[in-house]
Design a protein around this ligand. Structure first.
Ligand code: RIB
Length: 302
């Protein structure tokens, strides 16, 4: 089984602020730091640090070459990433508060320049038994999903950021990994009632998808849930003092998929993923906060 993550690569500019800024206000930031990020890059690094062999596909401008070095340093193959001329690498402006909460303004840049031709240069190298990991920060997602399914690939979709254009892709997802906000948006987009409780939310999502699909719902400090085939599995969060929650969901996604795709039980994959995410939130930044497999296993107790 080979794992391809076709996803975004961003330069994250993280501003430390006392609270989130509101409309019409000017607010001074206490510090500015630049990190490697993008949901795609973060998930590729999490998959690799969790122990899988990972190939990343995507696009950057010349200003984003350091992102490829960060991927390679984590052991990710970057052979399918295209370097575009006259296009800026995707970037974000992230506000981070003292409690570690964030809000993110995203500029897609090169991530929005993924073309069908690029997809056709990559996907023919993959087939049945291989897995495709996707988020929603690149262009041509419907084409990617359709062609990956036609090749018999397993599709894992993190519908983030969520938008109604993703709804037709949901029946193609073998794994759907999302947070509460995205889950509510998804059910609302399908015209279904949105339950308040996490368990009812996970069950409602699973009912809207094919029976074979696994729905993994992350609930922050309330832990996570996995609904599949009429079963609901719960995982408590690992209590920690968060300094930066950026990429916590990406870390969870990468470690969960690494476990599930390599044959671990759902329970074990969820414990692996929540421990990894708990470590990630104790460190600043996106990609640099993602722990190694050894760190996670040591905290898990083997
Ligand atoms: O999920 C966190 C990521 O979202 C950040 O690294 C940022 O680049 C945005 O894509």
């Amino acid at each position: 089984m080979r794992v391809l993550c076709f996803g975004s690569l961003n330069i994250d500019y993280v501003y430390e602020v006392p609270r989130f800024i509101t409309g019409g206000e000017t607010l001074a930031a206490a510090s500015l730091r630049r990190f490697s990020g993008g949901k795609g890059l973060n998930q590729s690094i999490a998959l690799a640090r969790a122990g899988l062999e990972v190939r990343h596909a995507g696009a950057v401008g010349r200003d984003g070459l350091f992102l490829l070095e960060e991927l390679r340093a984590a052991g990710v193959d970057t052979g399918y990433v295209e370097v575009l001329e006259d296009v800026q690498t995707g970037h974000t402006v992230i506000q981070r508060t003292p409690s570690g909460e964030n809000c993110i303004l995203l500029y897609g840049g090169a991530n929005r320049s993924i073309t069908r031709e690029h997809i056709d240069r990559v996907l023919p190298d993959f087939g049945p038994g291989d897995a495709l990991v996707l988020q929603n920060e690149i262009s041509e997602l419907p084409c990617l999903v359709e062609r990956a399914k036609a090749r018999g690939m397993t599709v894992a979709l993190n519908p983030s950021p969520m938008e109604d254009g993703l709804l037709p892709l949901l029946p193609c997802a073998d794994y759907l990994l999302l947070n509460e906000i995205e889950a509510a948006q998804l059910l609302g987009g399908l015209g279904k009632p949105v339950p308040e409780a996490g368990e009812a939310l996970a069950e409602a999502l699973a009912a809207a998808l094919p029976a074979s699909a696994a729905v993994v719902l992350t609930l922050g400090a309330q832990g996570s849930l996995c609904a599949r085939g009429g079963r609901l599995i719960k995982q408590a969060a690992v209590p920690v003092r968060a300094v930066d929650t950026t990429a916590a969901g990406d870390t969870y996604t990468g470690f969960f998929l690494a476990g599930a795709l390599s044959g671990q039980s759902v329970e074990r994959a969820m414990a692996y993923a929540s421990t990894a995410a708990a470590i990630a939130v104790t460190r600043p930044g996106a990609a640099p906060s993602i722990p190694s497999r050894e760190e996670v296993l040591a905290k898990l107790g083997g």
